[in-house]
Design a protein around this ligand. Structure first.
Ligand SMILES: [Zn+2]
Length: 410
């Protein structure tokens, strides 16, 4: 366990924050820093065919140790951390034998991680929690995933009595800016299916995610001196507020859960002459998703009709789709992960992701790719934490999946 913790700490103390505003790939140079370390480490533990391409995708192979044919499987995690919160100078804090009480992350700044707010902390009483010092994110998303994959490969190499087929692993850049799958060379990877190690709580196993679109609404107004504006001025901000209230008021993130979709206004900029609204549109069901986009467009069309001009422009762009459609024909890949957890006495928590993963895009690129827990909680902020025991369990799940895949192929 100490070895796993040390490995995890080594990864999280390297800043790999990605940048949504930089069109370069990868979006930040510093992601190479961790990629290079991973290359060296993978070679050192005895992985074969260790490569890094021009886009910062690290790949490696663990060869089969059986003489019969086993499907090639893969494991994927991402190198970058969220642009939402700083990942510079991460100073992990250790809380062994957690007692279920408040954890003071930062005395000076009075930052407390409390189970009265984050009640999932109580799942981990008696375990070793790894937290931040309250000034950065932790980066368990997704360096816990990387730690688990590297540690599982090392374990399989050191324990050749565990029989497995060929395993491919990949660490991708820029997942947090939605581009982790963009330059992923699925043919080069050459796996029949894979798993992203990028979920949260122990037991999570996910093969459904949102269908997703981004929408930009531009409202053009007309500026005139307010004293002489009667019948002339068009205030785009007021029209924007009509647009906003034209959408169903309960179909927003803070009012929805489970399979309920939503419209989310996440950015708004306005002056009299021009207002821009940026939305994301989400739904698990593809039919409801299409309906939702049509309804969005209709609010604009109706307003344009009412105003008698085309002041409102709407641009809707699909972002990713629910992987369920690609996973259902190959459900055995979910069954194998479920069985692996059960053999390890982990209760599988199968639920629909209210977001997306690299795996959803990979599934549409021909690599079916469910998501498995990596163990962390409260991603993308100062309250992020991960129990060391969860990293160990996810490592065990990877080893088990390799073992079961070979057993089923025999
Ligand atoms: Zn992640």
């Amino acid at each position: 366990m100490q070895k796993i913790i040390d490995r995890f700490v080594r990864y999280i103390t390297i800043d790999t924050q990605s940048d949504p505003d930089n069109p370069a790939f990868p979006s930040t140079e510093k992601q190479w820093d961790l990629a290079r370390i991973l290359i060296a480490e993978l070679k050192e533990i005895g992985m074969e065919d260790v490569t890094i391409d021009d886009n910062c995708y690290v790949m490696a192979t663990l060869p089969s140790n059986v003489d019969f044919k086993v499907p090639v499987i893969g494991f994927v995690a991402h190198i970058d951390t969220s642009p939402d919160y700083t990942g510079t100078n991460v100073k992990p804090q250790f809380h062994p034998n957690y007692d279920g009480k408040d954890i003071v992350l930062n005395k000076e700044k009075n930052i407390v991680l409390s189970p009265s707010y984050f009640d999932d902390l109580l799942l981990y009483k008696g375990q070793t929690l790894i937290t931040t010092d309250g000034t950065t994110l932790l980066g368990a998303d997704d360096k816990a995933g990387i730690t688990e994959i590297v540690s599982a490969m090392e374990y399989l190499i050191n324990n050749p009595e565990i029989k497995h087929g060929k395993i491919r692993i990949c660490f991708t850049p820029d997942e947090e800016v939605g581009k982790g799958a963009h330059m992923f060379d699925v043919d080069k990877f050459g796996a029949e299916w894979a798993y992203t190690m990028d979920g949260s709580q122990v037991g999570e196993l996910e093969y459904e995610n949102f269908n997703a679109a981004g929408a930009k609404v531009i409202i053009n107004g007309k500026i005139v001196h307010p004293g002489y504006a009667k019948g002339k001025m068009i205030n785009s901000m007021l029209i924007a507020s009509e647009f906003i209230t034209g959408l169903p008021k309960n179909e927003i993130p803070q009012e929805t859960e489970g399979y309920e979709g939503f419209y989310h206004l996440h950015d708004m900029e306005g002056e009299v002459e021009k207002t821009t609204l940026e939305y994301i549109i989400r739904d698990h069901d593809i039919k409801l998703f299409e309906d939702r986009k049509a309804a969005f467009q209709k609010v604009a069309d109706d307003l344009n009709k009412k105003l008698g001009s085309n002041l409102i422009e709407v641009e809707i762009k699909d972002q990713y789709f629910n992987m369920r459609e690609k996973i259902e024909p190959v459900m055995h890949i979910v069954d194998i992960a479920e069985e692996a957890m059960k053999q390890l006495n982990i209760k599988p928590l199968i639920k629909a992701i209210r977001g997306g993963t690299d795996g959803s895009q990979l599934s549409y690129k021909g690599l079916p790719c469910p998501n498995i827990f990596a163990g962390g909680h409260n991603f993308h902020g100062r309250y992020e934490y991960v129990p060391a025991e969860s990293i160990q369990l996810a490592t065990d799940v990877i080893v088990k999946i390799a073992e079961i895949t070979a057993k089923r192929a025999k």
